[in-house]
Design a protein around this ligand. Structure first.
Ligand SMILES: [Zn+2]
Length: 104
């Protein structure tokens, strides 16, 4: 005869990102509707990549679209002395101001 008993299993716990806060205004970065495709990536991956190991360090800021337009982009354009590259996901590059032909 078999007997059964209730056994409590330990459920694996893991951490996942629950929300992201903008590093410039401290507001939550939340999608604005189901089709919101706003995405701001400010990061550098620095170091070496080998065939079996990626040893780079990632330095990044989380930034909301509003701070990108109002704070970060103007600062970068001021630092570089140039306008940013405008690229449409379907139509490609929108400006030719930042593309120059090399003369050799
Ligand atoms: Zn922000």
């Amino acid at each position: 005869m078999m007997f059964k008993k209730t056994v409590e299993r330990v459920i694996e716990k893991h951490e996942e990102i629950s929300r992201t806060v903008c590093d410039f205004c401290n507001e939550d970065i939340t999608p604005n509707g189901a089709c919101d495709g706003n995405e701001v990536n400010i990061e550098a991956k620095l170091g070496d990549v080998y065939a079996d190991a990626d040893t780079r360090v990632v330095e990044l800021f989380d930034c909301c679209p509003g701070c990108w337009r109002k704070k970060v982009l103007p600062a970068l354009e001021t630092l570089s002395g140039r306008r940013c590259v405008l690229y449409h996901m379907m139509w490609g590059r929108l400006d030719s101001e930042t593309t120059k032909t090399e003369t050799t």
